[in-house]
Design a protein around this ligand. Structure first.
Ligand code: SF4
Ligand code: ZN
Length: 359
């Protein structure tokens, strides 16, 4: 066993231990209602439209439910149901969510989340999957569909089914690449798949005209701020080279019952600075072609559990990010300066303990 294997084993054990009773204390959700649904103004291709996001209440992510313990920063398991809903109930959940877009004009985007993988047949049986896709196909206002899944479930079979049912709509599979470094993804995130697995899934989708939205993590644990910024920039470059169609930057937020929360409580982790988020978005926008959108919706931004600055400038930086995501224009990313930029630069250059050497 190599040193990295030993560390990976320790991280997985610590993640499973932090997860604690997350599985057993989950509630039995009302199986006929989605776990969450909301609409937002969003970019749909090159236009501005409305996005309906639906979180189907399933049994939750297989990686988090199993012995692997899940990812170091993710508590989505808590959103899942202790009982697996039937196909009928899942279709009903989706139908309930569709009520939210009644009367809205096109272009609409529908994003399907499950706190896991839509293509995992243990979470969403094939019958429910087919019927949900058909409901989308019937609505001409829906121009874009985003579906989340781990790469191992993005099979040729489900991709062909997507194409067959959704025809010429823009379809993207959202996959949590997090980092293109196998070392960072394994030791810092406990992700459970390799960069090669991600690349194969991108290729399987690409040859069928289906896009990939790559989720890139900013500041997994055990990296300094500078290492995290470098890792995110490198990951974005690698994802673009692989042919992904959207870059979604996700600054770590501290979620309950996770290893990241334990480290944070012990004073060993700080979520990223919003200045770092700006720097990575700017670099991503410059690296990506015009047809690739760079998006970012930092959860709990400005709060201690989310990406934050000093408290005085957080709101203006977050507003700049929101403006930019809609326009994709770097001019909109400009936020007023603040004294805390000096402190950010200080921690960038003087963090003296590097837990993991950046490759
Ligand atoms: S981040 Fe995704 S793959 Fe990891 S535990 Fe959460 S839902 Fe599962
Ligand atoms: Zn500030």
């Amino acid at each position: 066993m190599t040193v990295d294997d030993s560390i990976a084993k320790l991280v997985a054990e610590a993640t499973a231990s932090a997860r604690g009773r997350s599985i057993t204390k989950r509630k039995a959700l009302d199986p006929s209602r989605p776990a969450a649904k909301w609409t937002t103004t969003t970019r749909v291709g090159q236009k501005t439209g409305t996005a309906l996001s639906v979180v189907l209440g399933t049994i939750g992510c297989s990686h988090a439910r199993g012995e692997a313990g899940g990812c170091t920063m993710c508590s989505y398991l808590l959103d899942g149901s202790s009982r697996s809903p039937t196909a009928e109930e899942l279709v009903q959940q989706f139908t309930t969510a569709l009520d939210q877009i009644t009367g809205l004009d096109s272009p609409l985007s529908v994003k399907i989340y499950t706190s896991g993988s839509f293509f995992d047949e243990e979470e969403v049986p094939p019958d429910a999957r087919g019927r949900i896709l058909d409901l989308i196909a019937e609505d001409a206002r829906i121009e874009e569909v985003v579906i989340e899944s781990r790469p191992e479930y993005v099979s040729e079979g489900v991709l062909s089914e997507l194409k067959e049912r959704l025809k010429d709509r823009v379809v993207e599979i959202g996959m949590g690449l997090e980092s293109s470094s196998d070392r960072v993804r394994s030791l810092c995130v406990n992700k459970g798949f390799s960069f090669a697995d991600f690349l194969s899934a991108v290729e399987r989708a690409r040859v069928r005209g289906i896009g990939v939205r790559a989720y890139v993590l900013l500041k997994p644990p055990f990296l300094t701020e500078t290492e995290a910024v470098l890792d995110a920039k490198k990951t974005i470059g690698d994802a673009l080279a692989a042919g992904v169609t959207t870059i979604s930057l996700n600054p770590v937020n501290i979620q309950k019952n996770t290893l990241v929360e334990q480290l944070w409580k012990g004073g060993h982790y700080r979520s990223p600075w919003l200045w770092s988020v700006l720097e990575v978005i700017e670099s991503a926008r410059s690296a990506a072609g015009n047809e690739v959108n760079v998006i970012c919706d930092p959860v709990a931004a400005g709060k201690q559990r989310g990406a934050h600055n000093c408290g005085k400038c957080d709101e203006s930086v977050v507003s700049a990010i929101r403006r930019f995501v809609l326009s994709q224009n770097l001019e909109d990313l400009k936020a007023p300066g603040c004294d805390c930029r000096g402190l950010w630069l200080h921690s960038r250059y003087h963090e003296d303990v590097a837990h993991l050497v950046h490759q």
